[in-house]
Ligand binder design. Structure first.
Ligand code: ADP
Ligand code: MG
Length: 255
């Protein structure tokens, strides 16, 4: 029997057949500013604060301070949840420069191009943090700088497979892996295999329509579940992301 977990994002569960499937691994893809971090934080916060599902948040790009600050804007008190041991935040951000996604740069004390923090380190940290808090929700935000360290496509693919295998073996934990879209087209992910090795792919867009931008969400794939095949508008409100499952985005605007 497949168990569903509530994402914590109003309207989203309606476009994925009632919720994410418990224990599975999903990828959140989008360009910069698309709302990936907010989506992931909302999933983690709501899980821990409202559904009794403890979580682990691994940040590889933004500092913990910045993550906490973003969360506070929406009224999500991560410090409190941390204190109550309902969440754990793993800080892997010092290893990457803010430009890491485009420059192969590793922050000091690393040498440019040298791996100070590789996939095995990440996997070890995730496993440890998960067993400490008994996590049922895991977020990795974002995979992109880590994976850019691997210059060989084959090696990068093997590393991604290793991570998804580890996450799927963590019993009962539903995972979100955030990654940057390198081009506005949905299929153009970094190494071309990411969508194939996860159970579901969720795309966040910030589409230009005449003189404004419209935020939209699309479920590209979801194993074992019916899902919407349309782009649905969403908004970032003072309470976080809200998806409008009954509305659709069409060329030139929202209907
Ligand atoms: N309090 C807020 N209210 C509305 N929109 C916000 C708020 N805070 C951030 N945003 C929007 O969210 C974007 C950042 O979202 P984020 O999840 O960090 O993006 P990313 O996909 O890069 O992780 C900002 O560029 C801004 O447009
Ligand atoms: Mg982000």
């Amino acid at each position: 029997m497949l168990r569903r977990v509530r994402s914590g994002i109003p309207g989203f569960d309606d476009i994925v057949g009632g919720g994410l499937i418990k224990g599975r691994t999903y990828m959140i893809l989008g360009g910069p500013g698309a709302g990936k971090t907010i989506f992931a934080l909302q999933f983690l916060h709501t899980g821990a604060a409202e559904y009794g599902e403890r979580g682990v948040y691994v940040t590889l790009e933004e500092s913990v301070d910045s993550i906490m600050h973003t969360a506070r804007q929406f009224g999500w008190d991560l410090a409190k949840l941390k204190q109550e041991e309902k969440i754990e935040i793993v800080d892997a951000s010092p290893f990457y420069s803010p430009l890491a996604t485009s420059m192969f740069a590793v922050k000091s004390p690393g040498v440019l191009g040298e791996r100070e923090f590789d996939m095995m380190t990440l996997i070890t940290l995730v496993k440890q943090a998960c067993s400490r808090v008994n996590a049922e929700r895991i977020v990795i935000d974002s995979l992109t700088p880590l994976i850019l360290q691997y210059r060989e496509l084959f090696e990068a693919r093997m590393q991604i497979l290793q991570l998804t295998k580890t996450l799927s073996e963590l019993e009962g934990a539903t995972s979100l892996i955030v990654a940057e879209l390198t081009s506005p087209t949905a299929e153009a992910t970094l190494f071309g295999i990411e969508p194939y090795v996860v159970d579901g792919v969720i795309l966040l867009y910030n589409i230009r329509s005449r003189a404004e931008r419209i935020r939209a969400i699309e479920v590209l794939k979801m194993r074992g579940s019916p899902h919407s095949n349309m782009l649905h508008p969403f908004q970032i409100t003072k309470d976080g992301i809200v998806v409008y499952p009954k509305e659709k985005v069409f060329e030139g605007g929202v209907q």
